[in-house]
Write a protein that binds this ligand. Sequence first.
Ligand code: KG4
Ligand code: ZN
Length: 343
Amino acid sequence: MLTILGIETSCDETAASIVRGDANLVQGEILSNVVHSQIDDHAAFGGVVPEIAARAHVEKLDGIIQRALSDADCSWDDIDAIAATTGPGLVGGLIVGVMTGKAIAYAQNKPFLPINHLEGHALTARLTDGIKFPYLLLLVSGGHTQIVLVRSLGDYERWASTIDDALGEAFDKTAKLLGLAYPGGPAVEQHAIKGDAKRFSLPRPLKGEDRLDFSFSGLKTALRRQATELGPLKEHDIDDLCASFQLAVTESLKDRVSRSLSRYRNEFTDDQPTLVVAGGVAANKAIRTMLEATCAEQGFSFLAPPIALCTDNAAMIAWAGLEQLAAGAQSDMDAIPRPRWPL
Ligand code: KG4
Ligand code: ZN
């Protein structure tokens, strides 16, 4: 059995978690999972302010780690290694997490494992459901929109990424344009439920193109034009704009994802391949329903870990550390924060 402390500070969540698992890696057990969201600190600015984020991590992280230990009923003696998100992300936050992780590793004489945040998302479905390699991952968050082939531990191949905005970012920018609260995804979804998705015709970016990538910025620009033409927006205009936006996003995403599923089918022979979804946008019901249907149409299983583990958290970082340690990874005290670190 291995017990790992994970630390996550790459964006606007300060998080620590303790995960236990055995070397055969049949799913892990989350002993504690503490997440402090900084949403309230950033809401007035309509987005994450890096300087505020870094300061908030400094203020909160020690207490959050202590809580992760006490919730798990663990002492330092029970911990086999410290894993911390080392990139990609905002450099100020990464410095706080990496330095704290290394200081603990040094003081407690434990290995320090630098973890790629995207690898954390990529391996979450193994922590929660023990799924086997290989599988496809759709990561849709505020900072990333990617399809990754997860071939095995440490072997990831990016098949698609966004050529402009991330999907969550498109939701957030749309919300801001319509005067809705930050973060925009949940607000847009709530309005979309009441709206008429057919009222505005918006583009379906890249639909029908052979490449696998995503694009969302044209959609946002088209929406801005429609909103400006309406003049002062009434509540039902906002509902209809949100519904039209969400439908356009969902249809564009369906076309793109479907192409990656077809490619997987051509390259692999598994009977029942799996698409795993991760990232905050996975909370969107219309998108989830579409993904479920698309997977069913193409003979894929669809796996969505619980939302609390789809959004940023430290359990996924602890788990990635556990998998690495079990595979023989060594402590790396020389690791430095890497704001850009592709998988
Ligand atoms: O994974 P996450 O918590 O943080 C990172 O970006 O790393 O994702 C946050 C993103 C935000 O852009 C937020 O607007 C979006 O996920 N989001 C949603 C929904 N809930 C959160 N987007 C669409 N519909 C939702 N229900
Ligand atoms: Zn993330």
